[in-house]
Design a protein around this ligand. Structure first.
Ligand SMILES: [Zn+2]
Length: 217
């Protein structure tokens, strides 16, 4: 990273927000309610203090809270997966958020704001986290009192999703949840939000669109 870039950023915090696994009702036990991997990763000492914001759920269920946002409502993305199955999972998540009419996610072949990917969980098949999003943002630039995002990368953990028998629709819901984090949204206290910390069968709903409208107003 060159000095000019470092100077512009001043400090970047890298944060993570994961989605906990929830087992379907017909599978006995293992409804894991463990909260998100709130592990902070400091990219460089020069970038200042690392800060974790994962797992935060505050306020009203009717308005999904936001902790960050992008500069513009036009946001670029790239699907970084060789699997046509997962490309389709991510495409459906992109479509869902675009349907809100608030943000306009546009595919790019160049450097994207948001990267959408899949991998196996480093915690193994039985990990409690089925998706995760890393993001970085400016610490000296805000819009509507929200730090402006620099980059985000979301993952669906395919080994965990398979282990807990997630259907394709349920994996798409996980993808929607992670993309919600990549757009700056936090967890909603209510189960009817896709941003509920352990959602499985919920997709983008009114509180989520309200939250997006509020942060991108
Ligand atoms: Zn989450």
């Amino acid at each position: 990273m060159n000095n000019h870039f470092v100077g512009r950023l001043l400090a970047v915090f890298v944060v993570t927000a994961g989605l906990s696994v929830i087992a379907p009702s017909h599978v006995a036990a293992k409804i894991v309610t463990d909260v998100d991997a709130a592990e902070a990763v400091n990219t460089s000492v020069a970038f200042g203090t690392a800060k974790a914001d994962a797992g935060v759920a505050t306020g009203s269920a009717s308005l999904t809270p936001a902790a960050k946002r992008w500069q513009s409502t036009k946001i670029t993305y790239k699907i970084d997966s060789g699997s046509s199955y997962y490309r389709s999972v991510w495409h459906s998540a992109v479509k869902k958020w675009n349907h809100s009419g608030v943000v306009h996610l546009v595919a790019t072949t160049g450097k994207a704001d948001i990267s959408l990917s899949t991998s196996n969980s480093p915690m193994g098949n039985c990990g409690s986290t089925v998706g995760i999003t890393y993001s970085s943002y400016y610490n000296n630039k805000t819009l509507n009192h929200l730090p402006v995002l620099v980059s985000a990368k979301s993952y669906v953990f395919k080994n965990v999703a398979s282990h807990y028998h997630y259907s394709k629709t349920e994996r798409a819901n996980v993808a929607q949840h992670e993309l919600g984090h990549a757009l700056g949204l936090e967890h909603n206290v209510g189960r009817h939000s896709v941003m509920y910390y352990a959602t499985r069968d919920q997709s983008v709903s009114k509180p989520d669109v309200n939250g997006l409208e509020h942060s991108y107003r």
